[in-house]
Design a protein around this ligand. Structure first.
Ligand code: NAP
Length: 254
């Protein structure tokens, strides 16, 4: 029960990687606030799984892109549970793929807003409470796409590279308050959201991973729980890559 007594907020916790992170934190004793945007039923299912694994849980609807909504969410968490120890900025995604020449203003804004603006303002809202506590763990979910190009994902790559730089800047500014800020940049992770990307070319994608398989939500959990732990207190501004070696560049069949 590594996180007994800790309060965690996971954005985009209703499904996929965020759901897995929320359930894992709950399983280690944390009280987990499961943020979502649209799918209240899925968020409640995550909360039920947290409760079943021994933790306490609450769902909270808020659009991470709205500073006022995330401000209200952070205040509500503190009012209800007295503190916020861990923030996982997981809500994000590529929205949709498009070649550089076809990315229009709407797609650009939507992608940059969800991934970068959302991470920025959620962190700011929560950090204001963490500063008072003089304790906090912020973990931002970036992507390997922020470190290497991917076809038709310029907008997403730029957004996730921004998340990585934001992690470093926040790490420096929040260090005096004993708040650590780290990033996790996964490779292709098998979730419902990536099923269409992976379908029909899993073998080709696996070839890009020296460890011989695509990522699983459990691979991301390991990195997130490490950064959230007290053992990681001297690590800040860092990025871990649960990527099976993908970013090492050996992207030919072997
Ligand atoms: N899956 C991968 O292969 C992969 C690889 C590298 C990085 N990542 C990153 O990992 C994170 C999770 O990915 P995933 O595949 O698990 O995504 P997903 O299955 O699409 O889930 C996205 C989650 O974010 C929530 N969400 C979307 N927009 C939101 C908003 N504006 N405000 C609040 N919540 C919002 C969704 O809630 P509702 O359903 O309620 O709307 C959902 O819970 C993302 O940041 C993604 O970029 C994923």
């Amino acid at each position: 029960m590594k996180f007994q007594g800790k309060v965690a907020l996971v954005t985009g916790g209703s499904r996929g990687i965020g759901q897995a992170i929320a359930v894992a934190l709950g399983g280690e004793g944390a009280t987990v606030v499961v943020n979502y945007l649209r799918d209240a039923e899925a968020a409640q299912q995550t909360a039920d799984r947290v409760t079943a694994s021994g933790g306490q849980a609450l769902t909270w609807q808020a659009d991470v892109v709205s500073p006022s909504q995330v401000g209200r969410m952070a205040a509500a968490v503190v009012e209800q549970f007295g503190r916020i120890d861990i923030l996982v900025n997981n809500a994000g995604g590529k929205i949709r793929a498009a070649p550089f020449l076809d990315v229009d203003e709407e797609l650009w804004d939507e992608c940059i807003d969800l991934n970068m603006k959302g991470t920025f303002f959620c962190s700011q809202a929560v950090a204001r409470h963490m500063v008072r506590q003089r304790y906090g763990r912020i973990i931002n979910i970036s992507s390997i796409a922020g470190f290497q190009t991917q076809p038709d994902r310029t907008h997403y790559s730029v957004a996730k590279a921004g998340v990585a730089m934001l992690t470093k800047s926040m790490a420096v500014e929040l260090a005096p308050y004993h708040i650590t800020v780290n990033a996790v940049a996964p490779t292709y992770v098998k979730t419902k959201a990536t099923a269409d990307v992976i379908a029909g070319r899993e073998d080709q994608l696996v070839c890009m991973h020296p460890l011989g398989r695509l990522g699983l939500p459990s691979d991301v959990i390991t990195a997130v729980l490490f950064f959230a732990s007290d053992e990681a207190e001297y690590l800040t501004g860092q990025c871990l890559f649960p990527d099976g070696g993908n970013t090492l560049g050996r992207n030919w069949p072997f």
